[in-house]
Design a protein around this ligand. Structure first.
Ligand code: UDX
Length: 436
């Protein structure tokens, strides 16, 4: 199979490298000349564990290449994937499909053979129909089948998620589309990864429904955590207690500072817009979006409380450990750390921070924060230390050193990575999420 991947960002690059690793012949295409130049030099545009090695070995094997020319890249391709960004449109929360549609037009204009065009970007219901129309309008004489194939990749675990998926969803309207996609995913099918064939619109909705459901699960346990703090219960035990029920499942029940990242915030908003457009409100998702937004700011206030309240907090110093929306990524998009830092800054608190990968992208989002070279530098003279992101490096801090380095032994653990009794035994004032 020859595969063209249009868009060499997170999804395109991971998918392209994994398809090449399966033995397909893959060309990754991107308009950004400097990105393609760097990829030729083996420099990844994103941080994803294992990606550089995967790209390197497949380039060496001659199965993976890069180009800025769409016409050249899609030549002879059996499957052309569209994996460009679909950011939230400024102002209304709709997914911005201008990049997807521009690629569809260019594909139609440059098609040199029959091909399946696959939307991998997360796109609202009905986008496949529009892509089909745009390609037909170019007057191409070649047979084209437009297919939906959403990605379910978690940042930081994207390669494993691609190679061992819970399922592959393919929304196709004809046999040509289904056949090519079966070939594309044959290596995974042989691995017994289930492939679910649906209609194109159904597949498009599955992606949004999956992310909205996961966001709901997280938000539900976050509210339970607040209730736990009030009634003196332990949210981790609540998660275990409900998660052991096979109908509920144990995953995505970690209470924390609220979800962030490139998908949940954007996709929940886009689903709300679709629901509004079709006059079929999704009130649960509406509530999830609101609750999650206010939770992030509430986390900042939780830290202010740990400093003794608004009056006492002014002029004090806080160390934030972890800034990215989750560990093993440099992604700062909608990270709870942004709201936490802002709330503290607004309260007149001085903020220092350390993150293993995220500081460069974090800096412009929180220009008032002093970025530090390691956790202990951030903790130096701090009145409170706050764990915002659960990087492994913060799981076994030298608490004795934290105590002597900080001004006050106050630890706020927004990810529940420490045991309250352990930390308190070392003389810390400790607060966490949903545990007393
Ligand atoms: C998510 C989906 O998991 C993936 O399938 C989809 O394709 C893209 O969006 P990602 O955004 O990379 O992936 O991260 P994920 O690991 O799902 O975490 C999302 C957010 O939820 C993070 O902010 C994380 O900290 C938070 N989260 C996750 C919790 O607060 N509790 C949990 O139990 C799980």
């Amino acid at each position: 199979m020859k595969i063209a991947m249009v868009g060499s960002g997170y999804v395109g690059l991971v998918s392209g490298a994994c398809f090449a690793d399966f033995g397909h012949d893959v060309v990754c295409i991107d308009k950004d000349q400097s990105k393609i130049d760097r990829l030729h030099d083996g420099i990844m545009p994103i941080y994803e564990p294992g990606l550089d090695a995967l790209v390197e070995s497949n380039v060496k094997a001659g199965r993976l290449s890069f180009t800025t020319s769409l016409a050249e890249g899609i030549k002879d391709a059996n499957a052309i994937f569209i994996a460009v960004g679909t950011p939230s449109r400024r102002g209304d929360g709709h997914a911005d499909l201008s990049f997807v549609y521009a690629v569809a037009k260019e594909v139609g204009e440059n098609l040199a053979n029959d091909a399946v065009v696959v939307t991998k970007s997360t796109v609202p219901v009905g986008t496949g129909d529009e892509v089909e129309r745009i390609i037909a309008d170019t007057g191409t004489s070649h047979k084209v089948s437009v297919v939906s194939n959403p990605e379910f990749l978690r940042e930081g675990a994207a390669i494993a998620d691609f190679k061992r998926p819970d399922r592959i969803v393919i929304g196709a309207e004809d046999d040509f589309g289904r056949e090519i996609m079966r070939e594309v995913y044959r290596p995974l099918f042989l691995n017994e990864s289930p492939i679910l064939f649906t209609s194109r619109r159904t597949s498009e909705l599955i992606k949004y429904a999956a992310n909205a459901f996961l966001a709901t699960k997280i938000t539900f346990i976050n509210e339970m955590a607040d209730l736990c703090e009030k009634v003196g219960a332990d949210v981790q035990d609540v998660s275990r207690g409900i998660g052991m029920d096979g109908r509920i499942g144990a995953k995505f029940l970690h209470a924390g500072p609220g979800y962030g990242g490139s998908c949940f915030p954007k996709d929940t908003l886009a689903l709300l817009k679709t629901a509004e457009d079709y006059d079929s409100p999704t009130r649960i998702v509406e509530a999830v979006v609101k609750v999650n937004e206010s939770r992030k700011r509430a986390m900042g206030r939780k830290v202010v409380d740990a400093l003794g309240g608004m009056e006492a907090a002014r002029g004090k110093k806080v160390a934030l450990l972890g800034l990215t929306f989750k560990p093993n990524t440099d992604d700062m998009r909608d990270s709870p750390a942004i709201a936490v830092a802002q709330t503290l800054h607004d309260a007149g608190v001085e903020v220092a921070a350390y993150d293993p990968e995220g500081m460069e992208l974090a800096k412009p989002l929180m220009p008032f924060v002093t970025m530090c070279g390691d956790p202990y530098e951030a903790i130096e003279g701090a009145d409170a230390t706050v764990i915002v992101t659960e990087w492994d490096a913060f799981r076994a801090l030298d608490l004795a050193k934290v105590k002597t380095t900080a001004k006050a032994p106050v630890l706020v653990d927004l990810r529940n990575i420490y045991l309250p009794e352990d930390v308190r035994a070392q003389g810390f004032e400790y607060s966490s999420i949903g545990r007393v």
